[in-house]
Design a protein. Sequence first.
Lengths: 248, 421
Amino acid sequence: MLEIRGLTAAIEDKPILKGIDLTVPQGEVHAIMGPNGSGKSTLSYVLSGREDYEVEGSVTFDGLDLLSMEPEDRASAGLFLAFQYPVELPGVGNANFMRTALNAIRRKRGEPELDAVQFLKLARAETKRLSMPDDFLKRNVNVGFSGGEKKRNEVLQMAILRPKLAILDETDSGLDIDALRIVAEGVNALRGPDFTAVVITHYQRLLDHIVPDRVHVMADGRFVRSGGPELAHELEAKGYARLTAEAA
Amino acid sequence: MNAASQTGTNAFLARFEGLRERLPGNRAIREGAAAAFRASGLPTIRDEAWKYTSLRSIAEASFHEPLTALASGSDLLGRLPVLDGPRLVFVDGRFRDDLSVLPAAVAVENFAANPDFGALARPDREPLVALNTMLVEDGAVIAVAEGTDAGLLQLISLGTDAPGRPVAFHPRHTVALGKGARLTLLEMSAGEGTYLHNPVAEMQVGEDAVLTHLRLQDESPSAYHLSTLYAQIAYRGTYDSFALILGGRVTRTEVHARLSGEHGATHLNGAQLLCGVQHADFTTVVSHDAPCCASRQTVKNVLSGQSRGVFQGKIEVARGAQKTDGYQMNQALLLSPDAEIDSKPQLEIYADDVKCSHGATVGELDPNQLFYLRSRGVPEAEARALLVRAFLTEALDAVGDEEVRGVLDDAVEGWWEKQAA
């Protein structure tokens, strides 16, 4: 599903990713862990097509050359990034935003667009499943949302857009334990042979709820360890400093 | 005055010479205005108040007297989103009984029959007001009696020209609301060809009265629209206004609002959507003469092509106008590298216990917002359109009347579709 080979990224000549190789087979959930500043968020931005970086290497997504594609084309091909810091859109209603996105993707895929009634039916079912208040869809996108509400709104978008590959960038940060469980359930509900995910997190606790198939540890723009779900527990016990020192 | 300005000034003065015997109303007022206009001339960019708006093209144009309007104008009415209910229609500045629907709850006369020059206009200070006072032929004289809720009244102006013969018209409107009266005035203007629409309006808002004034300026792309409005707000009265400016080649929307009684309030909100080589100037002066009054202004500009927007906003707080609450915000979205905004806020405060703030933001679309939308699959052009509309939606949220809000939303939508085409 996702093949990353020799990926480097720099911003204003400052290297951030220094050679990333990663294979995520279809249907699997991989976790990327690492200390702040290790390059985790940069990786998520580069994959979703943010233009601020000078990028080299190759990324194949579902057989497509991802790095040559515009962000909107990556999305309609089935890629989704749950933002670490979701963006506020004053003046744009949440329902209108999501319907615009869903219909843009459906149009690209040659599928019929949903009218407002059809969309609201779908959206209400998903908000209910994610235990979100009814006014969630009426409010302006992320405006006046608490940190936890913003993250749940990301998961709601993911549930509505149904991506093939989701990258969740620190979706757990700022969440209390109840919100964390709701978010995790939202992700787990999508799990199956057609859903692949890369979960970026600083802490092991999210991985108690979303149990990954593989865990990769990142430090200074590279992966330093990879292993099964038990690696997350080892990391929690030893801390990043010792683990990366051992790996070096 | 430069040579062009002098030529333009002389042409208008010559018009007055030719018409003076036939114009209605107090001759002394007109002669006084003519003297003031002769002294000041058409403003140039050397005049501080006109620094950002050049009237050179008006000075160089040769305007004619409107021909007697026959059946013309009726087709133009279809260009405006006219609502059911009462409306006063003017074609080339002259009242058209055949196109109007007179209101029941409001006393209406026309200026030609009852020439009321009002009490607020300052032809001695504003050259365009002097020009209007000198040459006004017609207008609406509207009065809402004490305690009456008059509902919605539409005031419509249509401009026409015979090819190659641009006309100028200078209507004079007065609106007076008695104690506790209410009125929603929807003013719309449109037209065809080249013309100068130079209206002066006076709004007298009585004690506890509420005047909601909504404007849709959608003049012809080659028209000039220079409007000056004076509002005086009495004790606990409210003058709540929103102006949507879409049309015209060179336009100015100038408002003088005077809060003369305690606990009065005024909102001077607006949005200017410009493209091509349009130039639109939004100038306000809010005078807090009495204590405990509030004024709010949010003016937004969306500028594409080589268009230029101007905002000049002045808040004056008189000595003794304590507990004044004044707020002013000017925001501009520049959609093209050739668009320009000039923003000039001014505060003149002579009281010591006041809260006054102003702010201005100028920018392009936020790249983070654009990326967020694109990452969700929304193509770039569609994402841009969505964000511009969002910027305007925020401005239009100031309009409480749902029916009128619908009219303005549709006008914005129409403007946007024209841009995309």
